[in-house]
Ligand binder design. Structure first.
Ligand SMILES: Cc1ncc(COP(=O)(O)O)c(C=O)c1O
Length: 466
């Protein structure tokens, strides 16, 4: 998962502690206070806002309410890997539409809509590609859709996008009864573990979701934390801007290697290396950094502390050198600078593109840790971001071999529990579609670093013929 590694926002820890002291009381079971506070901030009536235990739960509630057996839900691919699972949980059929390289193909998405389509899911910015759909693009997309279709814009990462670039979906929703928006406190506000998000929709679309809220309730500590986080908006924006700066710094380091990394509006980067994806995943994993490959299309790199990002950059340079992917040679001095405490002795001579040994990179970065979460039962691959301050370098270095498996196991268990708790109709693990399992088409050729736009991702469900 793409956590936010910034410190907790001011007031959050205290709010949770205070409400924790009264955990025996019912307090505000339907989060009416938080819902009204959100509505107030957004300038909306409260009947347009539904709060829930994270945007994932709200996505499920929305799909279970507005899609279902005999219907289809259209989404881009690559996009949030949980979409096919959530759609199937509702009884509907996912229709995956290949993106145009890392960019949404909005015309193809519109073209995939049929009489059976009830919902189009649009992730903006997209996870994992980071693609940002602008306002005019989204407005035009809506004009291409028929009246019977609802569009749910998933803005889980909106605060990391460059200001002014992202479509104002709420403004479009104000005039278009087909549009709903889902947001979360998990990423920008750093409350992932507390589980709170909200959905904005016309009253007629929002109302039926409320009958599910008794079982998708937001806990009282989460309500208090969200309220406190809302009051720390300036700090939240500063922290997100800092994450975005780090993301762009890492991107520029990867571009220097000749890698085709598109701009990202999320707190992660999309690295499509085609046939080399797995090798990159393996290389990073061997050094205690576990990242996620998405269905052969690319690798999603999370962002962490500056030191952790430096370590990833150094490992990427090492990998590029070894794989001969770099367009130019990498001077040893710049590598040494990237990881500021790598011992000079371990850096190869200036004319070599080989960098420091794995162990020396890991041991140089004393705040690297591996915070790993696997999506619930989707596949054995693991999402891990680099975090600061929890595991010492020595631990990372000494556990490099075992981190991926151990982390995957722990994280998958936790994620499974979370999903079970937040899903109306949880699918058993066996029904979760692995990315390639149910694709109806032949495997497309994997993109290469030279040709990142070539089709590669395997859609996890029915693929649109468009
Ligand atoms: C695009 C997207 N939407 C929704 C979610 C669900 O987040 P949460 O349930 O924590 O709000 C995620 C989590 O990774 C995500 O990436």
């Amino acid at each position: 998962m793409n956590e936010n590694h910034s410190p907790l926002l001011p007031g959050v820890a205290q709010a949770v502690r205070e409400v924790g002291e009264r955990a025996n009381l019912t307090l505000d079971p339907l989060a009416t206070g938080l819902t009204e506070e959100l509505a107030d901030r957004l300038g909306l009536s409260a009947d347009r806002v539904v709060t829930g235990p994270g945007s994932g739960a709200l996505l499920q509630m929305f799909l279970s309410t507005h899609a279902g057996p005999g219907t289809e839900v259209v989404h881009a691919w690559p996009s949030f890997e949980m979409y096919p699972l959530l759609i199937r949980n509702s009884g509907a059929e996912p229709v995956a539409v290949r993106s145009d390289g890392p960019r949404h193909d909005l015309a193809a998405l519109a073209g995939a809509v049929t009489d059976r389509t009830r919902v189009v899911l649009l992730c903006n910015p997209d996870n994992p590609t980071g693609d940002v759909v602008g306002h005019d693009q989204l407005a035009e997309f809506l004009t291409a859709l028929p009246p019977h279709v609802l569009v749910l814009v998933d803005e889980a990462y909106r605060e990391f996008a460059e200001p002014g670039t992202l479509a104002d979906a709420l403004a479009l929703a104000a005039d278009d009864e087909r549009v709903a928006v889902v947001r979360t406190f998990s990423k920008s506000h750093g409350l992932l573990g507390l589980r709170v998000g909200y959905l904005v929709a016309p009253p007629s679309v929002a109302a039926p979701l409320r009958s599910l809220t008794p079982f998708f309730r937001v806990s009282t500590p989460a309500q208090a934390a969200a309220s406190a986080a809302l009051r720390a908006e300036d700090r939240m924006r500063e922290q997100c801007a800092e994450v975005a700066r780090e993301r762009d710094r890492v991107r520029s380091g990867l571009l220097d290697l000749g890698w085709p990394v598109p701009p990202s509006g999320g707190n992660f980067l999309w690295v499509p290396l085609g046939a080399r994806n797995q090798a990159l995943v393996d290389h990073l994993a061997a050094h205690g950094v576990v990242v996620r490959e998405i269905a052969g299309a690319g690798v999603r790199l999370g962002t962490g502390s500056p030191e952790a990002n430096d370590a990833v950059l150094a490992l990427a340079k090492e990998f590029a050198a070894a794989q001969e992917l770099a367009v130019g040679s990498v001077p040893a001095a710049s590598v040494a600078l990237a990881v500021d405490s790598v011992s000079v002795a371990s850096v190869a001579p200036a004319d070599s593109v080989s960098v420091a040994s794995a162990a020396s990179v890991a041991s140089a970065v004393d705040s690297v840790s591996v915070a790993s979460v696997a999506p619930a039962n989707t596949e054995p691959a693991v999402t891990v971001a680099l975090a600061a301050d929890s595991v010492s370098a020595a631990t990372v270095a000494s556990t490099a071999d075992s981190v991926p498996a151990a982390t995957a196991a722990t994280a998958a268990t936790a994620a499974t529990a979370a999903t079970a708790a937040s899903t109306a109709n949880p699918a058993p693990a066996a029904t979760v579609a692995p990315a390639a399992d149910t694709a109806t088409t032949e495997a497309a050729p994997a993109p290469t670093a030279q040709d990142p736009d070539a089709p590669g991702p395997q859609p996890p469900g029915k693929e649109s013929a468009v």
